[in-house]
Each structure stands twice: as structure tokens, then as C-alpha cells.
Design a protein around this ligand. Structure first.
Ligand code: G6P
Ligand code: MN
Length: 447
């Protein structure tokens, strides 16, 4: 079995220990020759390196070469896979993305609404493009698996820029949801369910869940969710206190719209004003992550600094984030053809949506790329919601490539989370200021 060189781009993230844990646990699925940790932020990279080095040594074959670097050439030369998970502007800018819209009574969320889709989208695009260009420069044949958010907007940008040549945009949310489903159905693993699913990233629905006997378990699950609620995802990431609220809210969506089972992110669009009421402008999710995962990692690093020679990394808990990217890479590396929910160009997979929409659907992951599964046309409710969201996402990408204020305003105004143009304008002006150099200079067109 060929061994792989993997570079984690954005390795200073608190998600990296989870990926490393999965690489270790799945060392027979995706054997490694070399693991490269790359980041542009030295402090963050140092922290992850310090906390994880001994852990890797203790748990992987001695031959595995591990390096941490800030240098593009060193990071991207001779690699088979790039696991990209960058966050332009860090959690500090996530905070602004959440708080600015919320100040105007609009959803303030990492990947949804004016802050998540538009602000973070326009900021993220150049960062992701840079990583991909560097990767392709030094390793033209590598595969780039991209988790960087907002994945829907980023995927549209990479489609336009690179035709998504050896680039696969992915998200762990469907897997997190499937993990809960499989537990509720008494199955031992989420991969025992073959889902039918359609939509955009963070904006889709499960329409069937086939088990290994070929039986669709969705009707049984629907009843369970409505009568007893949704079971929380059990991985390290999605079980924290704040995520519990999402799992609790999940059953409400199913009660109102029982036809299909939703992606949990639909709560922000279908219940915008209710969710806003529960959000706290002085303490949003970014604050919780800074005070939670970020703080824990810093504390671990301090333990290392206090006594580097005797430092012992804690046992890393399983995350679907780590497991999914490793499985997806293995499917591509060895042409396994595993069937996963990934973000691909539509091209008829959902017949009554535009061919050039980046949709999230089941696809077989082959060494030459994803082979999406086509389905029947979707009905009005879903089509209307998706087309609305899709236009907002495409307009955000237009705004970036055309440096267009007008397109950015349209992207915000058309978004379902925004009810009025006066609010859209006020939010956009604040976002321009907050993003500073992260955004291109947006120009108003003269008519
Ligand atoms: C899910 C989504 C990711 C998102 C994350 C946010 O896993 O799929 O795209 O980044 O949730 O979680 P957090 O704990 O950072 O709020
Ligand atoms: Mn996601």
C-alpha cells in the first residue's frame, strides 16, 4: 500500500488534534509517510506542535516523519494530500462576523447570514486561493480536501478559479448528524447508513437513510425524533453545552417540516427571529470557542512549557471532523469509491437547480474525483429556499471577484436572514470597516 504525505494547512487550529487522532486510529486506512503541520501563525503552530509531538511518537510507527513549518515550499513540496482548514482573521474576526449582524437584530453566525456567508466568505476566498495556488505550484498532482468555511461560498470560488481540479470541498456536519441517527437506530457506526440527501452546504435535507439490508430507516427515525427528541452527536466537538441547544432545537424543525430530515443549520433560516432572541450580543459562539477549546489548548501548552521533558499529551478524543477527512482521503488515495456527502458542481445531480450550483449530495469518491449521484427534481419549498440561498452565495463570490459593493449589498439583501435594505446597508458598511485589508476594496458602480 502506497504511503502518503499529508499537510494540514491551518494546523494551529484546535481541530488539528482531532485530525491527528483520526490519522493515528486509521493508520491502516490511510498510512502516512510524512505529516506536515503548516500555519502562518507561529504561536498557534507552536502550541499544536508541542502538545501533539509526543502523542504522535507514542502512537505511530517510528518511521513517520513529522514536521511543523511556516514555509510554503517546505509545507507543500512532495505532498499527496492537503487538508485545508484555514480561518482567515481567526476567531477574533469570527466574533465580528457574529456580532455585527446581531447588533441589527439579524442572525450572527459563523457560516450563515451576512456575517457567516458574506463577511467570512469574502474574507476566506483569497486565503483559500493562496493555499491552493501554493499547493499546486509545489505538488501539481496533490489532492486538496478543503474544510475551510464558509464551505458553500468557498466551493463556488474554487469552482470559478480552479474548476475544482483535484479539489474537494467537504463539511463534517452531515456526518455529525448521521452519527446521532445511527446511535438512535441502534447501529454501531454511521457508515452503516447510506443517506439520500440534497441541498447546499449547511443547507440541505436527508430524504432517505438506507441501512445495510436496504431498508429506509428514515420513517422510523422521524417518529423517534418527534416523540423523544434528537440525540446529541457524541464526538468531542459537537457535544459541548452550546451544541446541545442545536440538538434540542432539531426536533422542532422536524415537527414543523416532517417530510425530510434537515441539516441543523436550517434553524438559522427557518426560525431566524426566534434564534436571534436567544443569541447574546455580548457573548456569541466565537467567545465560547475562545473560552473553551482555545483556552484548553493554551493550558495544555503551558503544561508543556512548564516541563517539556516530562510532558505527556492527553488522550485525544474522537471527532467526526478528523474521521471524515481521513476516510475521504483514503477513498481517493486507493480508489475505494466510498459514498459520502460532499460539495460538488451540480451538473444535473439535482435536475431542477442550476448546473453550476455547488451542491451537497452523495458522491462516490474515486481516485479521479467525486462521482455524484443524481436524484429526482426537488419540490417548491426546498427549491425556493435553496435558490434564494444560492443567489446570496453566488453574489458574495461575485462581490469578491468583481470588487463590487453593489453585489455585496445584493448578497446581504437577498439573504433570508435579512428583512430590509436599510439593515443590509448598515451591516455592509460595518463589515467593510471591520474586515479592513481582509477584503478587496469594494466599489459602487456608477449608472
Ligand atoms: C460544524 C460545521 C463546521 C463549523 C462547526 C462550528 O462542525 O460543519 O463547518 O465550523 O460546526 O463549530 P463551533 O464549535 O466552532 O461553533
Ligand atoms: Mn461545515
Amino acid at each position: 500500500m502506497k504511503k502518503n504525505t499529508v499537510v494540514i494547512a491551518g494546523a494551529g487550529s484546535t481541530h488539528t488534534p482531532g485530525i491527528i487522532q483520526s490519522l493515528i486510529q486509521k493508520k491502516d486506512t490511510l498510512p502516512l509517510k510524512k505529516l506536515i503541520l503548516f500555519d502562518i501563525d507561529e504561536d498557534r503552530l507552536d502550541r499544536v506542535k508541542a502538545v501533539m509531538t509526543q502523542f504522535i511518537k507514542d502512537n505511530y510507527d517510528k518511521e513517520l516523519e513529522v514536521i511543523a513549518t511556516l514555509d510554503y515550499a517546505e509545507a507543500f513540496t512532495g505532498v499527496d494530500f492537503v487538508f485545508a482548514q484555514i480561518r482567515q482573521g481567526g476567531l477574533e474576526m469570527r466574533r465580528d462576523d457574529e456580532k455585527i449582524p446581531l447588533k441589527y437584530g439579524v442572525i450572527g453566525q459563523e457560516t450563515c447570514g451576512p456575517g457567516g456567508s458574506i463577511s467570512y466568505g469574502i474574507r476566506s476566498i483569497p486565503g483559500v486561493i493562496k493555499i491552493i495556488e501554493e499547493a499546486k505550484k509545489y505538488s501539481p498532482d496533490c489532492w486538496i480536501l478543503n474544510y475551510s468555511n464558509p464551505a458553500a461560498v468557498v466551493a463556488e470560488a474554487t469552482r470559478r478559479k480552479f474548476n475544482n481540479e483535484r479539489i474537494l470541498n467537504i463539511c463534517d456536519m452531515p456526518v455529525a448528524i448521521l452519527l446521532s441517527y445511527s446511535k438512535m437506530l441502534g447501529l454501531s457506526d454511521w457508515t452503516e447508513l447510506d443517506p439520500e440527501y440534497f441541498g447546499l452546504n449547511h443547507f440541505g435535507w436527508f430524504t432517505a437513510l438506507y441501512d445495510q439490508t436496504g431498508k429506509d430507516r428514515l420513517p422510523e427515525l422521524r417518529e423517534k425524533i418527534i416523540s423523544t427528541g434528537m440525540e446529541a452527536c457524541s464526538d468531542r466537538h459537537h457535544k459541548d453545552k452550546d451544541w446541545q441547544k442545536t440538538w434540542k432545537q432539531y426536533a422542532e424543525i422536524v415537527k414543523d417540516y416532517p417530510e425530510y430530515l434537515p441539516n441543523s443549520y436550517l434553524q438559522y433560516y427557518l426560525y431566524s427571529s426566534d434564534v436571534v432572541k436567544k443569541m447574546d450580543l455580548t457573548h456569541t459562539r466565537a467567545d465560547m470557542v475562545i473560552e473553551g477549546r482555545e483556552k484548553e489548548l493554551k493550558e495544555e501548552y503551558n503544561k508543556f512549557l512548564a516541563d517539556p521533558d516530562n510532558y505527556k499529551s492527553p488522550v485525544q478524543e474522537f471527532t467526526v471532523f478528523g474521521d471524515f477527512i481521513v476516510d475521504a482521503a483514503a477513498s481517493i488515495a486507493y480508489n475505494k469509491g466510498y459514498r459520502y456527502l460532499v460539495i460538488v458542481e451540480n451538473n444535473g445531480a439535482i435536475p431542477n437547480l442550476p448546473a453550476d450550483a455547488m451542491v451537497e449530495v452523495p458522491a462516490y469518491l474515486r481516485s479521479w474525483g467525486p462521482e455524484p449521484v443524481a436524484r429526482k427534481p426537488i419540490s417548491s419549498f426546498y427549491k425556493g429556499l435553496i435558490e434564494n440561498q444560492l443567489s446570496s452565495e453566488k453574489l458574495a463570490v461575485d462581490a469578491y471577484f468583481e470588487n463590487s459593493y453593489d453585489k455585496a449589498l445584493q448578497a446581504i439583501a437577498v439573504n433570508k436572514t435579512v428583512s430590509s435594505t436599510s439593515i443590509a446597508k448598515a451591516i455592509l458598511d460595518d463589515l467593510i470597516e471591520a474586515n479592513g485589508e481582509y477584503w478587496p476594496k469594494l466599489e459602487k458602480k456608477s449608472y
